[in-house]
Design a protein around this ligand. Structure first.
Ligand SMILES: [Zn+2]
Length: 299
């Protein structure tokens, strides 16, 4: 049995998969807010209860925000800031008395879709998270590529490639740079772009922009159209570097269905190839991908 945990800012989710990869247990609890010790205790209790009710012990993988620092062995880059600089892997291993595997939530998303999701059967997969933030993960031959700095696939803090003059220098990003891909492709960025052009509309959600675009509103259609073009540029750069067979979109903005037709038509302009075979696909497991991928960290 494989157990996966998805540690999120608001929820902690657990899944248990049997040997065939079928879900035999699933549960969600609220994440203790701003309390590291309580978070460790909550994860430990979830796993122990699940194993007791199923009558067996499993391998455990954990999807975390951020990544384990190669320098310190502690968590870094987490937007749940109480977890940063904490020895989360060591503390959970001590509590559960076994070796664990941890990986970034975007990596777990990519792994889940590569194992038995949208990219099943592909050897080279890029998984993209388009949500409050922008992240990515690379899976090669069914294994997460962690990288020498544990940041493989973190394209959200590269600059937007092939920018228009009015896209320079770009918004200030929390990472310290200007014009990061995340400042163009996150959900808040799309809403900001729309609101700047139509200050009279009270729009604060991506879904509202999609609905307005479907109703034929020009400003909403324009915002989605420039969004698709920026995504095409950002993904063309990924294709030029790792040349994946499949790119799977995840996160809230992966629900924008027009992206799957429009972006592959646009990216041919920037991909260095006469023909682009890479497929752009929606996720199969949706919100479950993080927790499923965590379980699949043990193959
Ligand atoms: Zn940045």
């Amino acid at each position: 049995m494989r157990v996966g945990i998805d540690l999120g800012g608001t929820k902690i989710e657990i899944i248990a998969l049997d040997q065939q990869g079928q879900s035999i247990l699933r549960q969600r609890i609220d994440t203790p807010q701003g309390d590291y010790q309580a978070t460790i205790q909550a994860i430990t209790a979830l796993i122990k209860q699940a194993e007791k009710s199923l009558g067996q012990q499993g391998s455990v993988g954990i999807a975390t925000p951020g990544a384990i620092s190669m320098a310190t062995g502690r968590l870094k880059n987490s937007n749940s800031v109480c977890l940063n600089d904490q020895p989360i892997k060591q503390d959970l291993e001590a509590a559960l008395r076994r070796e664990l595997r941890l990986s970034n939530d975007a990596n777990c998303f990519a792994l889940s879709e590569a194992v038995d999701g949208a990219a099943a059967g592909s050897q080279n997969v890029f998984g993209v998270i388009l949500g409050t933030g922008v992240g990515g993960g690379i899976v090669i031959n069914g294994q997460v590529l962690e990288g020498a700095n544990a940041i493989a696939g973190e394209w959200g803090h590269n600059p937007l490639p092939w920018p228009q003059t009015d896209e320079l220098p770009g918004e200030q990003c929390y990472c310290g740079q200007h014009g990061c891909i995340e400042t163009f492709l996150s959900g808040p960025a799309l809403v900001r772009d729309y609101v700047v052009k139509t200050p009279s509309e009270s729009v604060n959600r991506v879904q509202q922009i999609c609905t307005l675009a479907e109703q034929g509103e020009a400003a909403a259609q324009a915002a989605l159209s420039i969004y698709a073009e920026r995504l095409a540029k950002a993904l063309a750069q990924i294709i030029n570097i790792i040349d994946p067979e499949v790119i799977v979109l995840g996160g809230g903005l992966s629900n924008i269905t027009m992206l799957y037709d429009t972006v592959p038509q646009l990216w041919t302009q920037w991909v260095f190839s006469d023909q682009v075979n890479t497929k752009l696909l929606p996720p199969v497991h949706g919100d479950s991908s993080g927790v499923r991928g965590a379980a699949w960290l043990w193959k």
